[in-house]
Design a protein around this ligand. Structure first.
Ligand code: GTR
Length: 421
């Protein structure tokens, strides 16, 4: 009874806050702020070499992001079973399509995620993009061979989804965001997973991967334990465990890509798992690439209220209190160094704060310089549709919040630039 009352109260508060929230889009109204120092260690010492960064500063920052923002993955092994469920020719025989079911079990509970893979038939181990998708593997392309997801999906009248179960009517519905044949023709593979297989995107910690790691009696992650973004990132690392074993894939050339909330997950996975060779954030915004202290568009308080399950509970201490954060998001980008990282924004996506995303990418450059690599050339945002590609890449394109062909074309070029040199 008490729990139901509190849940109702929470719901009323969330709705009221979300409805009354007025985002600031005026640069002149940004409060003065000082970014935490990237290259000064906790003990006050200066970080001036790549070794000092790798052995000391990087660990301090990673620990802060773990404790205060995304949450720690609890200790303990999980049993993993991998099963190849489909292997077929695709695109008239120039590619193969595979479905790999990966089942995790622990604590008498189990969940499965389905990895959908397209690979060009090239005779060599290919580089591959790995990306989570929003609505199910079967939505990324109109291919009748792809299994419908059996995980919880959001209801959607347009696609006749009324009981949180995927229906045939949304097969291929997201194809515009997934130029699979172009990726194949470019010599790359694509692997994708429905993010809801790992943890359904709702404020409910009784489903998804979290309960497998609970201690006896636990029903919710501890304050510094993983929220959903960290869980999705964990799933990406488990997909990587599989990619490393696939004979047709080059595990040293896995490019992690994510859009929006899945861009936040891609950045966090790229920060925590150094096996990912390149990391791409497409319009990841607040809690992703955007500087939190700018408070433009979506803010920490707003994201923690609308999506209370995305970050760890400790992050809520920083609602309307960004200056107290021990880190800011340029440090997240820096955690990816020395591996190439690409941050992308869209002009019409003010909610994600394009300028704040650009600044993160720019400031992270200091760490790339320690490795003798080049970040973005200066703190002036480039013109729209004029990508910059160094070890750090950035573009702002025309158009709205989306993942478009323009974006993909840049990512293919960026991957070529770093893999084919
Ligand atoms: C919005 C959210 C953003 C972004 C976006 C998305 O509602 O406020 O942080 O993640 O969703 O994932 O499409």
């Amino acid at each position: 009874m008490k729990f139901i009352f509190l849940a109702m109260l929470g719901f009323v508060f969330t709705n009221a806050y979300t409805q009354n929230f007025v985002p600031n889009y005026d640069e002149s109204k940004i409060p003065d702020y000082v970014l935490p120092q990237l290259l000064i260690s906790k003990d006050g010492s200066k970080v001036s070499t790549a070794t000092q960064w790798k052995n000391k500063r990087r660990n301090e920052l990673l620990a802060n992001f773990q404790t205060y923002i995304y949450g720690k993955v609890p200790n303990g092994d999980v049993d993993v079973q991998t099963q190849l469920i489909k292997k077929l020719d695709a695109f008239g025989g120039k590619a193969i399509m595979k479905e790999v079911k990966i089942t995790f079990s622990r604590n008498q509970k189990k969940i499965s995620m389905n990895l959908l893979i397209y690979l060009p038939k090239s005779g060599t181990k290919v580089p591959i993009f790995l990306a989570l998708n929003f609505n199910g593997n079967y939505t990324i392309i109109n291919d009748p061979n792809i299994s419908l997801t059996t995980s919880w999906v959001p209801n959607n009248e347009k696609f006749n989804i009324t009981d949180h179960q995927a229906t045939e009517s949304s097969r291929g519905s997201a194809h515009r965001r997934w130029p699979v044949e172009e990726i194949i023709d470019h010599g790359y593979g694509l692997a994708t997973i429905y993010y809801g297989d790992i943890d359904p995107d709702k404020n409910d910690f009784s489903d998804g991967i979290h309960p497998l790691f609970y201690t006896p009696g636990q029903v919710h992650p501890a304050k510094d334990e993983w929220g959903s973004i960290s869980a999705w990132a964990w799933g990406l690392s488990r997909a990587m465990d599989y990619l490393e074993k696939d004979d047709n894939i080059d595990p040293s050339k896995v490019i992690l890509l994510g859009h929006s909330r899945l861009g936040k997950a891609a950045l966090w996975a790229g920060a925590t798992d150094e096996r990912f060779a390149i990391v791409i954030s497409n319009e990841s915004g607040c809690g992703g690439a955007a500087i939190s202290r700018r408070k433009i568009g979506e803010t920490v308080a707003r994201i923690n209220t609308s999506f209370p399950h995305w970050f760890c509970d400790n992050f809520k201490q920083f609602n309307n209190n960004e200056d107290a954060l021990p880190v800011d998001q340029h440090m997240l980008i820096a955690l990816i160094a020395p591996r190439p990282v690409y941050v992308a924004s869209a002009e019409g996506d003010k909610w994600s704060d394009p300028k704040g995303e650009f600044f993160s990418a720019y400031y992270a450059g200091k760490v790339y310089q320690l490795f003798g690599l080049t970040g973005l050339p200066n703190d002036k945002m480039p013109k729209v549709n004029s990508p910059i590609m160094r070890t750090v890449g950035y573009h702002i394109r025309t158009g709205k919040h989306d993942l478009t062909d323009f974006d993909w074309n840049q990512y293919l070029k960026f991957a070529d630039l770093h893999f084919k040199k």
